[in-house]
Design a protein around this ligand. Structure first.
Ligand SMILES: Nc1nc2c(ncn2[C@@H]2O[C@H](COP(=O)(O)OP(=O)(O)OP(=O)(O)O)[C@@H](O)[C@H]2O)c(=O)[nH]1
Ligand SMILES: C[S@@+](CC[C@H](N)C(=O)[O-])C[C@H]1O[C@@H](n2cnc3c(N)ncnc32)[C@H](O)[C@@H]1O
Ligand code: SF4
Ligand code: SF4
Length: 326
């Protein structure tokens, strides 16, 4: 359905857990986020009930994210139940890739359409540093497996950080040339944990694009690539994959916003950057039926702000990305 700004809201991002097997420096403090007791987290069955209610008011696309969705037990069963909902035409997952090689087969079989994998560097030492202990080989095994199984398109998420990976922009962009990989450069967003990395180090998507075009020639705009997110896509002429830009800070893609979020603790969140949330866990556990749940989804859609307000100093985000479901 449409919100107050005539935007069609048809995409639900579900954070299935706040837990993660990595501790990326821009996402979490070194000790991780304080663990939420298990009973506070929605069960897979509860998540499926909310998704089903959301389909009644026009949600067609679902993304499972987190924390790390692949550390949550029962993820394959959740994929299966969402994939079975006839209204859903795109079911995707965002993952750090560490467990992807072992899980990709069962996820594909359960009905997952595609994956976005986070990978900020090509260098094993840097990967270990930024993730505080991740193993890059495991991520590449996951990416290879996803390609082999046809979890199409496979997108790579690269957060660009000055002084960390800005010297790898061209090498990362080149990954899109030979193989059908879709490399997306993401502007670092000012969440709490990212603060030490943002000091004077923000690199805009325009700057990244300029660097790529200087070395690789003019990029062609690509109109359609499976997805529902905020990225803009381009292609090196003749390349198998694409290069995308997610300009969360410099560009107001809020005008094209099409999404709602469901947090791991059972709240509908109208906007990534605003702390306002609508509780659904309480009603779910008091036995709310499909109509009542659908009404809460409608309320969350009506509550969506026109934009994130980051550049007007209105945004308040006390939580980390892992809690909300980046
Ligand atoms: N500011 C902002 N950033 C978002 C929003 N949705 C996703 N992002 C960011 O975009 C980056 C990539 O997100 P993904 O989880 O891969 O999903 P997506 O780009 O929506 O997915 P596609 O359907 O493949 O286009 C992450 O860093 C997200 O935090 C949003 O609503 N607002
Ligand atoms: C929060 S993670 C959750 C899914 C999964 N654990 C992963 O890393 O892909 C989703 C996305 O948010 C991005 N992200 C986290 N913190 C960010 C920040 N401060 N700025 C920009 N992107 C961020 C990550 O790079 C990742 O692509
Ligand atoms: S970005 Fe993803 S992998 Fe990294 S700490 Fe956050 S939730 Fe975990
Ligand atoms: S910041 Fe808020 S309004 Fe803007 S695109 Fe993201 S969720 Fe939508």
């Amino acid at each position: 359905m449409e919100d107050r700004y005539q935007r069609e809201i048809n995409y639900l991002r579900v954070s299935v857990t706040d837990r993660c097997n990595l501790r990326c420096r821009y996402c979490m403090p070194s000790g991780g986020v304080p663990l939420i007791p298990r009973r506070e987290i929605l069960s897979m069955e509860e998540i499926a009930r909310v998704v089903r209610a959301a389909t009644r008011v026009g949600v067609k696309k679902v993304r499972l994210t987190g924390g790390e969705p692949l550390v949550r037990r029962g993820i394959t069963g959740l994929v299966k139940s969402i994939a079975a909902m006839p209204e859903i035409d795109d079911l995707a997952l965002t993952t750090n890739g560490m467990l992807l090689a072992e899980k990709a087969g069962e996820l594909k079989e359960a009905g997952l359409n595609r994956v976005n994998v986070s990978l900020d560097t090509l260098k094993p030492g840097r990967y270990r540093y930024i993730t505080r202990g991740g193993e890059i080989k495991a991520v590449w095994r996951g990416v290879e497996k996803a390609l082999e199984l046809g979890l199409n398109p496979v997108k790579l998420n690269v957060v660009v950080i000055r002084g960390f990976n800005d010297d790898e922009i061209i090498d990362l962009a080149r990954l899109s040339v030979e193989r059908p990989l879709h490399v997306r450069f993401i502007e670092l967003m000012p969440f709490g944990s990212a603060a030490p990395l943002t000091g004077g180090s923000h690199i805009s998507s325009d700057e990244v694009k300029r660097q790529i075009e200087e070395k690789m020639g003019r990029l062609q705009e690509v109109r359609k690539l499976a997805g529902s997110g905020p990225a803009r896509y381009y292609r090196v002429p003749g390349a198998a994959g694409t290069i995308g830009f997610i300009s969360a800070v410099s560009d107001h893609f809020c005008g094209r916003c099409n999404r709602l979020r469901l947090t791991a603790t059972g709240a509908l969140r109208p906007c990534l950057f605003r702390d306002r949330e609508i509780d659904v866990k309480g009603p779910l556990r008091r036995g709310a039926g499909p109509d009542e749940l659908a009404a809460l989804v409608v309320r969350a859609i009506q509550d969506k702000p026109g934009g994130h307000g980051l550049n007007e100093g209105q945004a308040v985000c006390g939580k980390s990305m892992s809690r909300i479901g980046g």
